[in-house]
Design a protein around this ligand. Sequence first.
Ligand code: ATP
Ligand code: MG
Length: 347
Amino acid sequence: TSPTPTLTPIAVAPGDGIGPEIMRATLRVLEAAGARIEPHTVEVGKEVYLRGVNSGVAPEAWEVMRRTGVLLKGPITTPQGGGYKSVNVTLRKALGLYANVRPARAYAPFVVTHHPEMDLVIVRENEEDLYAGIEHRQTDEVYQCLKLVTRDGCERIIRYAFEYARAHGRRKVTAMSKDNIMKLTDGLFHRVFDEVAREYPDLTADHMIVDIGAARLGARPETFDVIVTLNLYGDILSDIASEVAGSVGLGGSANIGQSVALFEAVHGSAPDIAGQDKANPSGLLNAAALMLTHLGQGDVAARVLNAWLRTLEDGIHTGDIAGEHTTRRVGTQDFAQAVIDRLGQLP
Ligand code: ATP
Ligand code: MG
């Protein structure tokens, strides 16, 4: 008999809208795939807001997140008005989630794209730059926002990008900045990039000015592998990349901190289809695969992704991606079952 594997505890927040049903589907697949995890449910989102906690994060949830160091999170609906703060901003600040990682790849022919070869990852700095929240009014007619860039911040995100590239078998890391104009702030980012790149001779490193880089990303996304960049540029580039890949609905993302990491789907809570077993769990499933790799369970992540791709290839699709390649149109839980049925088969 084989020894019982050690299970890694993780925090799980089902979230709002379609969150609970896609979380259930995702956890079913992970369990069937033999993920060595022990989920602990925490409460984050709408119900918590409506109880008067304006961060949307239940007080008990903090301890579980800090103890486990990992949160798999469903989408959240922030209620309108009432001064509610976005859960994502709260978690990012409180947990120091300095890196936002968003893979963007094509899934042709199931998802329509002009760039079937595209398969890239954007690693975005998540705490500094113009998004640090340092804004003020000088006079009624003059407002100012401060751009904050630190050597530590640059080094951490750039090192993360190179380590990520190595761990995921990627070959090239491209930095994007505007250091021809912002010679001090973006200049520092570029300089630190060149320094860190020397420690990774096995990987190709190059730098592009972000305007031409963005244009190239739109026109020839298949020429990129890992992109590392500052906060504002990364925000914009991530959306361009998802849109060009045509797979916003399938994407997962990771927010990485020193001691806690958060994994979630790129899409929102889709209240219009909540509770109807229509939602596609693929975004959260892809986020869960990123989580497994982060936990050192890349073997399980690969098994899940292979089964998932096989499901798409077999034409088993939820309504959002159903089209000419669809052989069977299914709901959320049947889709999960179809993935489970394909675990262990070759893609
Ligand atoms: P939020 O306010 O939380 O962002 P939203 O309705 O804007 O919620 P989005 O993710 O932005 O949610 O999605 C826009 C629309 O795309 C949804 O209304 C829904 O019809 C569709 N959609 C989003 N995610 C999914 C999914 N996982 N499966 C199927 N359809 C989805
Ligand atoms: Mg939305």
